[in-house]
Design a protein. Structure first.
Lengths: 309, 331
C-alpha cells in the first residue's frame, strides 16, 4: 500500500503529461496528414503560444500600453481565459504565414518541408529571445487552479488536475470535430489523399492553410497549459516537438487513438522512470520508441502512409 | 578539387591579413570533414540523418578517453575514435538500415537523442555538462620525426592534411561502384532491390562509413577545442549540419558541403560581430534558400554555368534557331 501511495503521484503526473503530449502530437499529426510535412517548427509554435499568453497576462509582456491597461483591469481568471483563447488565435495566424512559405515545397521531396520548418524554428526561437529575453519567465495563475487537492490520503497539485482535465476536454472536442462534422470529414479525407480531395472541388490551398493554422492553435494551447509545469524558456520548443515526434511514430501515423494511447504511454514511462531513476527519465521515451518500432514498423495502430515513400 | 585544396592550402598565409584567424580555418576544415562524410549519406544515399552529432561526439569522447586511459599516441587515439564511431554506427545501422525517408530520419533522431542524454548523464565517464577537459593536441609522430601541433598554425597544417586525405578518399568512394549503387538507391530503392542488390546492406554501409568520418572529425575537434563537450551531440547541432550541407548545395555537388560550412562559419563571425541574433538572419536566409533554391549555392552555380552554356550554343547556332529556342521557351 505504501509503495502504491508512493507511485500514485508519479502515475498521475505521467497521466497529465501524457495527455498534454497527446494534444501536441495531435496538432502535429493533422499537419503531417494534410500537408505531408513534418513540422519541426511545431515546438516553436508551442513556445510562441506560451509567450503570447505571457504578453496578455503580465504588465511587462510587450503589448502596447493601452492594451496592457485594458487587460490588467480584468480579474486574473478572466485574463487567463482570454489568454487561452486569444494567444492560440495569434499563433494560428503565424502558423498560416508559415504555411504560405511552405507552399513552394509541396510536391517535392518531403525533406525540403522538414528543412524549411527547421529554419522557421530557428527564426521563431531567435525572435522570441529578441522580444522577451533569454531568461525563464512565469505566468501568474488564477487562485482557483493553484494549490493542492486532497485525493483520499494524497495531496495532489490542483493545477495538474486542471491540466489533465483540460487536455481530456480538448481531445474530446477534437475527436467530435474530426468525426462528427463535415469539416472533420474533409480533413480526414485530405489526410488520406489531398489531391483527390482537391479534384473533388474542395479548395485545397484554403484547406491546407486552415489545417496548418488549426494545428498551430493546438500547439499553442498545449504551450499555455504547460507553462506552470515546465516554465517558459525560448528553447522550450525542443522539449515539446521531440515527444510529439516520438508519439506520432509510436502510435502510428494517421491514427487518432494511436496518438492518444502513445501519448499516455510516453507520459507514464517518463513519469515512472522519473520516480525511480531521474537521470533516465528522458532516455526512456526513446528506448520505448526503438523497442516498439523495431517490432511494429508502423507503430501501435499505424496504417501504411505517405511517409514511407 | 584543386581549387579547394589551393584555397585551403594557402589559407594560413592570407587569413590573418583579412582580419580572421587560424583557429577559424581549423574549425572550418574540421566541419568540412564532418559535412563531407555526412553528405555521403544525405546527398548521395538520400538518407536524412538528424542525429549525426552523436557520432561526432562519440569520436571526441573516444579520443579523449583513449588518451587518458590507454595510450596517448595520436594515431592510436584517432583510430580509437574512428573505431568507436563505426561500432556505434554499425549497431544503429542494424536498427535503421531497412527504413526509408521520414521514418529513417525519426529513428536517427531517436538514437541521436539517446546518445546525447547518455553522454550528458553518464558523468563518471563523460563528465556530463562540464565536458571532458584537458584533451591534449598530441604530437604527430611519423616514425623518423615528431612534430608538435600545439599552436593553431601548426595544427592547421595537420588538419589540412587530414582534410586532403578525407576529400580524396570520399571522392574515390562516391565515384566507385559502391558510390554508384547508393546513388541509384536514392533514385529508386525498389528497382535496385529488383536488380538483386541487397539494398539495406548498402544503406547500412553508407551510414556506417559516414559515422566513421564523423567520429574522425569529432576527434580532431576534441583536439582543437582541448576537450570533448556534449553540446555538439544535441538535436540543434545535428540539425545545423543538415542546414550547412543543404545551404551549400550538398544535394547536387560533392563540394557543396564545403561551401556551406565556409558560409556558416564566416557568417557566424561576421554577422555575429554586428548582432547577437545572427542565427535569426541565418535562419531566414536558410528559409529563403529552401523556398527558392533548394539545391543551394552549388545549384545556383550549376544553373549559371548551364545558362551560360546554352547562350553560347545558341550564339554558335545562329539567329534562326535561337529565335526558335526563345519561342519554345515562351511556350
Amino acid at each position: 500500500m505504501d509503495s502504491l501511495l508512493f507511485l500514485l503521484p508519479h502515475l498521475l503526473n505521467g497521466l497529465a503529461l501524457g495527455l498534454l503530449f497527446a494534444l501536441i502530437a495531435l496538432g502535429f499529426m493533422l499537419i503531417i496528414g494534410v500537408m505531408e510535412v513534418i513540422n519541426l517548427a511545431h515546438g516553436s509554435l508551442f513556445a510562441l503560444g506560451a509567450y503570447a499568453a505571457l504578453a496578455l497576462m503580465t504588465p511587462d509582456g510587450g503589448l502596447p500600453p493601452a492594451m496592457v491597461a485594458l487587460f490588467q483591469a480584468l480579474p486574473l481568471a478572466w485574463r487567463y481565459a482570454a489568454a487561452l483563447v486569444l494567444a492560440p488565435l495569434a499563433v494560428a495566424i503565424v502558423g498560416m504565414g508559415l504555411e504560405l512559405c511552405l507552399r513552394r515545397t509541396y510536391g517535392r521531396d518531403p525533406l525540403y518541408g522538414l528543412l524549411l520548418t527547421f529554419g522557421a524554428a530557428l527564426v521563431i526561437e531567435e525572435l522570441i529571445r529578441l522580444a522577451w529575453g533569454p531568461t525563464e519567465r512565469f505566468i501568474p495563475m488564477p487562485q482557483g487552479i493553484t494549490g493542492g487537492v486532497m485525493l483520499g490520503e494524497l495531496i495532489y497539485s490542483k493545477y495538474r488536475m486542471f491540466a489533465a482535465l483540460f487536455a481530456i476536454a480538448m481531445i474530446a472536442l477534437l475527436w467530435l470535430f474530426l468525426e462528427r462534422t463535415p469539416y472533420g470529414a474533409i480533413i480526414k479525407a485530405g489526410a488520406h489523399d489531398s489531391e483527390m480531395v482537391g479534384a473533388l472541388g474542395v479548395n485545397l490551398p484554403r484547406l491546407r492553410l486552415f489545417v496548418f493554422g488549426f494545428g498551430s492553435l493546438l500547439a499553442a494551447i498545449a504551450g499555455i497549459v504547460m507553462v506552470p509545469i515546465w516554465g517558459i524558456r525560448p528553447h522550450v520548443g525542443v522539449d515539446a516537438v521531440v515527444p510529439a515526434f516520438v508519439i506520432i511514430v509510436l502510435g502510428g501515423v494517421g491514427s487518432f487513438w494511436g496518438a492518444v494511447i502513445a501519448g499516455l504511454l510516453v507520459g507514464m514511462v517518463v513519469g515512472l522512470t522519473g520516480a525511480f531513476a531521474t537521470d533516465w527519465s528522458l532516455i526512456s521515451m526513446y528506448m520505448l520508441l526503438i523497442l516498439v518500432v523495431t517490432f511494429r514498423a508502423r507503430g501501435l495502430l499505424g496504417k501504411k502512409s505517405i511517409l514511407e515513400a | 578539387m584543386l581549387i579547394a585544396f589551393a584555397v585551403f592550402g594557402s589559407l594560413p598565409f592570407w587569413i590573418t591579413e583579412i582580419g580572421l584567424y587560424h583557429y577559424l580555418g581549423v574549425e572550418i576544415l574540421i566541419w568540412c570533414i564532418y559535412e563531407l562524410g555526412f553528405n555521403l549519406l544525405l546527398g548521395y544515399a538520400g538518407l536524412p540523418s538528424f542525429g549525426h552529432g552523436a557520432y561526432f561526439g562519440i569520436g571526441a569522447y573516444a579520443f579523449g578517453l583513449t588518451q587518458f586511459n590507454l595510450w596517448p599516441n595520436l594515431w592510436v587515439c584517432l583510430a580509437a575514435a574512428i573505431l568507436a564511431a563505426t561500432l556505434f554506427g554499425a549497431v544503429v545501422a542494424c536498427f535503421i538500415s531497412h527504413r526509408r525517408g521520414i521514418y529513417f530520419a525519426l529513428m536517427t533522431i531517436a538514437f541521436g537523442q539517446m546518445f546525447f542524454f547518455i553522454a550528458s548523464k553518464w558523468t563518471s565517464v563523460t563528465k556530463g555538462e562540464d565536458g571532458l577537459l584537458n584533451i591534449a593536441r598530441l604530437p604527430v609522430e611519423l616514425g623518423f620525426a615528431a612534430y608538435p601541433i600545439q599552436r593553431n598554425a601548426a595544427f592547421y597544417w595537420f588538419v589540412f592534411a587530414c582534410f586532403v586525405v578525407v576529400a580524396v578518399l570520399l571522392w574515390r568512394i562516391v565515384n566507385s561502384p559502391f558510390g554508384k549503387v547508393i546513388q541509384a538507391i536514392k533514385q529508386n530503392e525498389l528497382r535496385m532491390s529488383f536488380l538483386g542488390y541487397r539494398v539495406e546492406l548498402y544503406k547500412g554501409a553508407a551510414f556506417v562509413l559516414s559515422c566513421a568520418f564523423s567520429g574522425f572529425a569529432g576527434a580532431l575537434f576534441a583536439m582543437a577545442q582541448g576537450g570533448a563537450f556534449v553540446q555538439v551531440m544535441n538535436l540543434q547541432w545535428s540539425g545545423v549540419i543538415v542546414l550547412m550541407t543543404l545551404i551549400g548545395g550538398g544535394l547536387v555537388s560533392f563540394w557543396g558541403p564545403v561551401l556551406g560550412t565556409i558560409l556558416y562559419f564566416v557568417a557566424r563571425d561576421l554577422l555575429g560581430a554586428y548582432t547577437a541574433t545572427w542565427l535569426l538572419w541565418f535562419g531566414l536566409m536558410f528559409m529563403l534558400v529552401v523556398m527558392f533554391k533548394p539545391e543551394g549555392l552549388a545549384g545556383l552555380w550549376r544553373d549559371l554555368r548551364r545558362r551560360g552554356a546554352t547562350r553560347t550554343n545558341a550564339a554558335k547556332a545562329g539567329a534562326q534557331p535561337s529565335a526558335l529556342l526563345a519561342l519554345l521557351r515562351a511556350r
